[in-house]
Structures are given as structure tokens and as C-alpha cells.
Design a protein around this ligand. Structure first.
Ligand code: ZN
Length: 338
């Protein structure tokens, strides 16, 4: 190993622990040291800003039907800064320290809305960057080369206050176009150091291939979350363990609802196998019925609804604290290139 390679390895391992000199978490309003978010949970995959027609299209595609009609009654909740500020202030009171928004332009994410929301609510927000999945790609993705997509991602990362590439998805089994985007995201990571979180189709389709592609592009596994693997229900958690063993994070990121009962035993099995440091929790909140305003548990439900189920299953408090508070900060912290 040359001296330069040794230094790169050292830098890589230090960055992966979020402790490298100069490591920051990039929120939409400012860069913060990871210690600034030690006072509560960081929810690594939520939605605060989606287009009104995004979920109707998503649900239609998931059911193999034509898109549902977007809601027409009044201001869409993800465009209502006062309503959303109330929701985020409530989440703060329930020990949420930071929320990562998994959207980008092809999902209708509005950066100015996120900035206003963060200012008004006081909630630190990390914005994602990238492309979602083939049914949602802008048409030019089909004709752009991998390097052109990389350049566009790097341009966005250098000109916008985005703190991660995510959610980067494959809709069903990963397609050639999605492979191209994954490779481009991997290359863009090498130029920006932004961490990456992914979306897998139910049930955790192409999870391992997503990791393969990103690793082959040169991304270190501790900089990656393979998402939505709670949907891959398997008492032996074989794929989950294989991903953790390679050093990546896995996302149990649709929590606080009916899926919890199936997923708690999988999480316990992974903790027992020694993988607590590889787990990340979130709720992927995307619909208005989950808001406090509408009688739902709100954005903090990972903390207020899901975590108590793990406590009841015997998970220790310091383990939970590590997963909710420390793991996401270690994932998000990066050293911006000069
Ligand atoms: Zn999502």
C-alpha cells in the first residue's frame, strides 16, 4: 500500500465514523457539526415536500392502476408551511432533532419550502438530491450518459444546500436505466462525499444489487443505506445480515404502523447478531392521514410508536439511543471536498 492509499483508507474510516476533522451535516439552512444534533433522534428518510400528484401516481403504479386523482380540497399539506411547522414543532417536543427529506425535483420536492419550513419550525432539515426511480425520471435520463448524469448531480450538490443523495430507487427489479443512475450517483459521491440512501421496491427487490453497483463505483459501504428492507420479511434476516456484514446501513424506514409487528423480531435478530450499528429507523411519512392534525401519530412516530415496541421486545435503552441518535449522524456526516 502506498502512503497515499494508506491515507485514503484512514480518511475513509474516519469519515465513516463521522469524526473526521471538518465533518459536517449539511442542513438546508447551514452546515452543522454532528454533535449539534445529539439531543434527539434524526429521522433519515421522511417526506416534507412532495408534489400533490406524487402519491396518487405512486399508489396507482403500485396497484397496477391508473393514477388516482390528486387531492383537490384546499392547500395540499406539503405546500402548507404553517400546518407543517406545527407538525414539526410537535415532533421536536417528542425528541426529534433532525429530519431528512428523501425527495428531489422528480418527486416535486421544493427546496425553498424546506428552507421556510426549517426556519419557521426550528427543525433542522437535510434535503436529498438525485433521481427517484424509472417511472418518475425526467425524460432526459433516458438519453443522458452516465457521466452527464454524474455531472448534473455534482452540479446540484455544489450549488444547492443538499446533504445526501436519496432516495435513489429501483421501482421493481432494478432496470438498466436505474443501474445507470445508480452508477452515476456512486461517481457523484466520489466527487462530493455526500452519503447515499436508497429505495427498494417491495419486498426489498434488488437490495443486494444496489449495494453491488454502488460499491463497484467506489463508494464505501458505511456511506450507504439500503432502504425499505423491512419489507423483506424473513425471520432469518439473511439478506439483511449480508448487507450489514459488508458494512452498509439498512433502513427499517416505514415504521410506526401495521408493519411493525413483523419487523420487530427481525430487528431484534439483527441486534442479537451484532448489527445494531448498521440499523437506521424512520417512517417515510408521505400521506396526510398520518399527521397529528388528522389524528395520526405525526412525524415523530418512529420515536413515539415504534421505539416502544422494541423496548417491549427487550431492546436496551442505550442500543435504541445508538440507532436513533448516533447512527444517522454517523451516516450523514461528511467532509465537503475543498
Ligand atoms: Zn421515501
Amino acid at each position: 500500500m502506498t502512503r497515499r492509499e494508506a491515507l485514503t483508507v484512514l480518511a475513509g474510516s474516519a469519515i465513516s465514523q463521522g469524526k473526521a476533522a471538518g465533518a459536517i451535516i449539511r442542513t438546508v439552512l447551514k452546515d452543522v457539526p454532528p454533535e449539534a444534533l445529539a439531543g434527539g433522534a434524526t429521522l433519515f428518510h421522511e417526506h416534507l415536500s412532495l408534489a400533490p400528484d406524487f402519491m396518487p401516481k405512486w399508489i396507482g403504479l403500485a396497484r397496477g392502476q391508473s393514477p388516482q386523482a390528486p387531492p383537490s380540497d384546499g392547500l395540499f399539506f406539503m405546500r402548507d408551511v404553517d400546518l407543517m411547522s406545527d407538525e414539526l414543532r410537535a415532533a421536536s417536543k417528542e425528541s426529534v432533532a433532525c429530519i431528512v427529506d428523501g425527495g428531489h425535483p422528480d418527486m416535486g420536492r421544493d427546496l425553498d419550502f424546506l428552507k421556510k419550513l426549517s426556519m419557521q419550525s426550528g427543525m433542522p432539515i437535510v434535503a436529498g438530491c438525485g433521481y427517484y426511480s424509472e417511472p418518475f425520471y425526467p425524460p432526459e435520463i433516458a438519453t443522458m450518459t452516465e457521466d452527464q448524469i454524474t455531472r448534473e448531480l455534482v452540479r446540484q450538490a455544489h450549488t444547492q444546500p443538499v446533504g445526501a443523495f436519496g432516495e435513489i430507487g429501483s421501482w421493481g427489479d432494478i432496470t438498466d436505466l436505474e443501474r445507470k443512475v445508480f452508477r452515476a450517483v456512486g461517481k457523484a459521491h466520489l466527487q462530493t462525499n455526500l452519503p447515499i440512501f436508497t429505495h427498494t421496491g417491495i419486498p426489498g427487490k434488488s437490495a443486494m444489487e444496489q449495494l453491488d453497483i454502488l460499491e463497484a463505483a467506489g463508494v464505501k459501504p458505511p456511506r450507504i443505506v439500503i432502504g425499505h428492507v423491512g419489507n423483506l420479511v424473513d425471520a432469518k434476516v439473511e439478506v439483511h445480515k449480508a448487507i450489514c456484514k459488508r458494512g452498509a446501513f439498512i433502513g427499517f424506514d416505514r415504521q410506526g404502523g401495521t408493519g411493525d409487528a413483523r419487523q420487530v423480531p427481525m430487528v431484534v435478530a439483527l441486534i442479537d447478531a451484532g448489527y445494531a450499528d448498521n440499523l437506521l429507523f424512520s417512517s417515510d411519512l408521505s400521506t396526510a392521514n398520518q399527521l397529528k392534525r388528522n389524528g395520526g401519530a405525526g412525524y415523530a412516530k418512529t420515536v413515539t410508536v415504534y421505539a416502544p415496541k422494541l423496548r417491549e421486545a427487550g431492546v436496551k435503552e442505550d442500543t435504541l439511543h445508538g440507532i436513533l441518535v448516533d447512527n444517522p449522524r454517523r451516516f450523514l456526516a461528511f467532509v465537503p471536498p475543498r
